[in-house]
Design a protein around this ligand. Sequence first.
Ligand code: SF4
Length: 349
Amino acid sequence: MINRRTFIKSMGTAGGAMLFAACSDAEVHRPAGWVPAYAQLEEKGELAARADTAYAKLEQCDLCPHRCKVNRIKGEQGFCNAPARAVVYSHSPHFGEELPLVGERGSGTIFFSNCNLRCVFCQNWPIAHLGRGLEVDDELLAEMMLDLQRRGCHNINLVTPTHVMPNIVSAARIALKKGLHLPLCYNTGGYETVENIRLLDGIVDIYLPDLKFMDGSQSARYAIEGQDNYPEMSMQSILEMNSQVGVLETDQRGIAMRGVILRHLVMPNRVAGTREFVSWVAENLPRDTYLNIMSQYRVEHMAFEYEEISRAITSSEFTEAIEWAKEAGLTNLDQRSMSQYRIHRRFSS
Ligand code: SF4
């Protein structure tokens, strides 16, 4: 396990000491009067109890729909293989996320190791499936959040957070007491339970879920072998997220402060069910929900063994996806996706 002292030492050798000193001006970018959700919950005296409730779940882990019921505090491991402490692969500003998250100075990503999915096309499988990374305690996780804030990031982007939700809540409270004021962005693959998302009500400002598949037989084949409840679990959770934070709100510079950003990756041979996805969004969420329909599917990990998904998507597969979204009346499509659409349309016509 890495501890606070070795972390700070490593930051120093990486130039972190300079960054610690230089980036306190992140403060000036905060919109006047805006406070993150978790700070408001702390003000009401409820954040500590929420962290305790979340931590108690580790004794019979039901943090996700697998409901393994293992005692992670005693070292037992469930489907995700995660220990009780968070395992972190990296923390750094990231410029490849949606523009409202990236802003001018990047989204402050913390990549957690392990995952409750086993997507055969996973791009991060050494981290997500093999669990590569360093085990950290909540104090150190809080330091990472504060470091990202000092480096000028606009949010704390918690990548693959489901199995470490208690650690995140606890660390956010520690960091809050030391001055954290950025929105927390919960960047999930979507395999969530509504109960756990309810526990995050008043803690998370920005939800960034995937809705990867609309057909349980496809998710059982490509995301969680033999389990077909991914679409149901993901859709229920997204409805709960939307009821908590609603349509994306940004500050004057267009930087995300609160709301839902929904992602969907277009896959070859329509296996992701993109037409059904846009219909579901149109019928169940506000038409101006921020939607990122993504074109960057690549044949990664085991995908080459599955004929249907062993190629990139075609231009016409991407353009039809965007056109379905427009026909469904969805009005808030990601700018980068729309740029991609205009490029692909030239090749598909
Ligand atoms: S978080 Fe991990 S251990 Fe807990 S229920 Fe999900 S897969 Fe099982």
